[in-house]
Design a protein around this ligand. Structure first.
Ligand SMILES: *Cc1c(COP(=O)(O)O)cnc(C)c1O
Length: 488
């Protein structure tokens, strides 16, 4: 093997590759560059062009599926195409084929943008190409994820003994936490669910807020617990009623898991977590909190009262790709009883050489085996923002949501349906039909993008301010576009 300099600052390595590549595009005698910096620079160029255009382009994608197929569905060649040509042809479709979720005026669902340093981190991570399932395969990622875990527990004010897994998102975080819960409540009933499964196991009572997110149901399905749960009624903001929970728990016996919510996906409201935790623990049950975006309220002194008592729960699911604004995909599963967490996720095999000490083997904490070191973007986000930066990110997006509600509310054709306590605003324009029409017109107008929902049997427009880049001016422009779209 020879390593030399190509004269362009690119190091070359040559070795026989005929056994690796059979395609004739690759001349077996041709030196294979360790990496092609030119292609990385090309990606940088395209990314820069995309991001520069972002604040001014229409937010919605303009290309139809047919147009994208026409441009991209080329015949798969025998020899392959040049990498530059392939990259260029995709990039040429980007501004018409993407939803501008990375930009400052996308308010649909709950979708954060990406802080620039986290995009850069993601690129670096791809260059490192680490498989982070076990410590020995990537010490640096294991260490970075350990540090990020500690910082997260600190910022979110959760018990320091908790274990943390970096999953692909909120759904898999809910799944992971509920797997740990399933292990623990059955262990306490003398049943080893990992060995014996659910056949013949004691029945587990599943108690949910009637407003539980759909991914809680999906997780229950994956775990063999089924979706037919006991539902606790909620109040007018979608908060679980603690008095109703108490009544229900009083009727139940045996292993029980309760799921509460921090951050309702429509209203942004918080369940009364302290009361719920007290009632749940008096009953000897497990409390899980789905805080996909709402858990971040703990990082803000102003918003912290909303989430009072959250630290009393047993497990917490959140996303870093929402409020923390790191690239997809990055969720966080946090479990107080780390033994239950590990027991529900771990795998072992003779060839794995897992460590037994304090080194992180990530396969102990998440459903994935081979995986990307997704916690690394959390490390750079938190380290560059600092405590005050994270707090500012939380406060700023809440302020922008309030600004939006205030601007819209000045118009008497607009009703704001929720208490705007966080980053979510529910808007209605008289009746269902008018509301749906306004949503469609706003989406077509392109100044901003937001979606619809049904809240308490009424059609509503949902505004979720989740992007670090959204300015006051973006909110003004968007509010104008929304009011313009009411028409007549
Ligand atoms: C977004 C969300 C989820 C799901 O998270 P993903 O990252 O999309 O898997 C779960 N619960 C709530 C409350 C959410 O807002």
């Amino acid at each position: 093997m020879q390593i030399g300099d190509s004269g362009f600052g690119i190091r070359e390595i040559s070795f026989p590759i005929s056994n690796l590549r059979t395609s004739s595009f690759y001349d077996p005698g041709m030196p294979l560059e360790i990496y092609d910096e030119a292609i990385l620079r090309r990606a940088l160029h395209h990314a820069g062009a995309y991001l520069r255009e972002l604040p001014d382009r229409p937010v919605a994608p303009r290309a139809t599926r047919d147009e994208l197929m026409q441009a991209l569905d080329v015949p798969l060649t025998e020899e392959g195409e040049g990498d530059t040509a392939v990259l260029d042809s995709m990039a040429a479709c980007a501004s018409r084929g993407t939803m501008a979720t990375a930009g400052p005026r996308f308010f649909g669902f709950v979708i954060g943008g990406s802080l620039p340093v986290t995009v850069a981190t993601d690129w670096l991570l791809s260059a490192w190409d680490q498989n982070t399932g076990i410590y020995v395969a990537s010490p640096i990622v294991a260490v970075l994820e350990d540090i990020a875990s500690g910082w997260l527990l600190d910022l979110l004010r959760l018990p320091s003994e908790s274990s943390v897994g970096f999953t692909t998102g909120g759904q898999m975080s809910n799944f992971t936490c509920l797997a740990a819960a399933r292990h623990a409540v059955l262990r306490n009933a003398g049943w080893n669910v990992e060995e014996n499964g659910l056949n013949g196991a004691p029945k587990i009572n599943i108690v949910l807020s009637a407003e539980a997110h759909i991914t809680i149901y999906v997780s229950l399905r994956y775990l063999g617990l089924g979706t037919k749960a006991i539902l606790i009624p909620t109040d007018e903001q979608g908060r679980m009623r603690a008095d109703e929970l108490r009544k229900t728990l009083a009727r139940l016996s045996g292993p029980t898991i309760v799921c509460a919510q921090a951050g309702n996906v429509n209203t942004g409201s918080f369940d009364p977590l302290r009361e719920i935790a007290t009632a749940t623990h008096e009953h000897g049950a497990w409390l899980h909190v789905d805080g996909a975006f709402g858990l971040w309220a703990a990082a803000s002194r102003r918003k912290r009262p909303l989430i009072d008592g959250v630290e009393l729960a047993d497990s917490w699911a959140t996303d870093a790709h929402k409020w923390l604004n790191v690239p997809y995909d990055c969720g966080v599963a946090i479990v107080r009883d780390s033994a239950a967490h590990r027991a529900s996720m771990t795998s072992s095999a003779a060839y794995l050489e897992q460590t037994s000490g304090k080194e992180r083997d990530s396969l102990d904490w998440v459903p994935e085996f081979s995986r990307r070191g997704r916690g690394v973007t959390v490390y750079t986000a938190l380290r560059t923002l600092g405590r005050l930066g994270v707090e500012d990110l939380v406060d700023r997006l809440c302020d922008r949501a309030k600004q939006m509600a205030d601007l819209l509310q000045r118009d008497d054709r607009v009703q704001i349906l929720n208490d705007v306590v966080l980053n979510q605003v529910l808007v209605r324009f008289g009746d269902d039909q008018r509301t749906r029409e306004v949503i469609t017109r706003v989406q077509q107008d392109g100044t901003c993008w937001l979606g619809g929902t049904t809240w308490k049997n009424q059609a509503a427009m949902r505004v979720s301010v989740s992007n670090w880049a959204t300015t006051e001016e973006d909110i003004e422009r968007s509010a104008e576009a929304i009011l313009r779209s009411i028409g007549r």
